[in-house]
Design a protein around this ligand. Structure first.
Ligand code: MD3
Ligand code: FE
Length: 204
């Protein structure tokens, strides 16, 4: 029998943020976008554009370009430092991460109707034992979680606006991705779409 997909270290808090908290967080995100415009990253080597657009908050941000994946202190297009991580997210990290140090990066993933994120592992952080905390805003996503090998069995479920996921333990090293986003499933984001915020500790 194939082993069930990773459950160790995976914690889902459905509706952790109520509508008021979601709106306040979305406002804090949108206020920072002019200083750190959302851009379309490309895949290393191939240069193929990703379908998810991105930006970051925090002292470090995750970027992907023709050269590879890395964390860096400045926006690739503007050359400016990333804006600060919104305070409600720092508070959420203190509440749910169980990690003594604050997050250094908040990756902002912006999904439209055709966006998807293929199965991958998050492995660019030196702080490999620190959890990742994810917050979903806007349209519902179909999320897929696998195991430690690309070929491991997967389970999929919906991530809705206000849901928080903590990825610790074995789940932190598991393959995962977003198959698609259900257009029109939320009214939170004006113009529609989904925004996912992931808080990460990068350095040890
Ligand atoms: C499982 N983001 O940014 S969030 C990513 O919805 C990423 O935008 C997805 O995968 C998104 O790298 C999924 C939930 C999540 C985040 C990090 C994980 C699941 C994870 C790290 C390890 C395992
Ligand atoms: Fe990921």
């Amino acid at each position: 029998m194939a082993r069930a997909p990773t459950s160790d270290g995976f914690r889902l808090y459905p509706g952790r943020l109520d509508r008021t908290a979601q709106s306040a967080l979305l406002d804090a995100v949108m206020r920072r976008i002019p200083a750190a415009p959302v851009y379309q990253p490309v895949m290393p080597r191939s240069g193929a554009p990703m379908t998810v657009r991105m930006t970051n908050f925090g002292v470090l941000g995750w970027v992907s370009d023709i050269e590879g994946y890395r964390y860096q202190p400045r926006h690739p297009d503007t050359g400016d430092p990333w804006p600060s991580i919104p305070e409600p997210l720092l508070e959420l990290w203190r509440d749910v991460s169980g990690w003594p140090q604050p997050p250094e990066a908040c990756l902002v993933n912006v999904y439209g109707p055709g966006s998807r994120l293929g199965l991958h592992v998050d492995a660019d952080e030196d702080a490999r034992d620190a959890p990742v905390v994810s917050v979903s805003l806007g349209d519902t996503a179909i999320f897929r979680l696998g195991g430690l090998a690309r070929r491991s069995p997967t389970v999929s479920f919906r991530l809705s606006s206000g849901d928080v996921v903590v990825l610790g333990g074995e789940a932190r090293r598991a393959f995962h991705g977003i198959d698609r986003v259900i257009s029109g499933s939320s009214t939170l984001v004006s113009g529609g779409g989904r925004i996912n915020l992931t808080l990460r500790r990068v350095t040890r």
